[in-house]
Design a protein around this ligand. Sequence first.
Ligand SMILES: [Fe+2]
Ligand SMILES: [Fe+2]
Length: 175
Amino acid sequence: MAQRKTVEDLFVHLLSDIYSAEKQLTKALAKLSRAASDPQLSDAFKTHLEETQGQVERIDRVVETSDIRLKRMKCVAMEGLIEEGQELIDEIEKGPVLDAGLVAAAQKVEHYEIAAYGSLCALGKQLGFAEGVKLLKETLEEEKATDLKLTEFAERAGNEKAMQEKGTKEKAGRT
Ligand SMILES: [Fe+2]
Ligand SMILES: [Fe+2]
């Protein structure tokens, strides 16, 4: 039978889930960085990898300041999102098209994280975990900034392609 759970149980559950997600991501971001051919995109993944390592440590601090204990669990959603990214790496040869795919896969990840940290901030506030909420907000801002940076890559890639096509058409028009 279903057990009655408290808001604190839910907070612990969601925090344990994102803890697993962040840990999986440290490995996945290294892969994305290696798979990217645009050096700036590769660097952006590397930078977010370092941030992600900091986010894992930040969760440890949330646990300490909120006096809770994490559950051992696996974030299956993140496992699936990472698998989707891996499929792209397996199916598309290295180059601008794969780069665009990597950006799309990474943005799905960031949106998952933004949703998770947003919920955790709201629940933490209800529970009076002021210090924990401050820490979680720092991570939330990092995830949002990463998402914006990825949007810039997505748009830039689109513009470059349009410019190339325009160039080709102009050339074709001349001959
Ligand atoms: Fe993260
Ligand atoms: Fe992230």
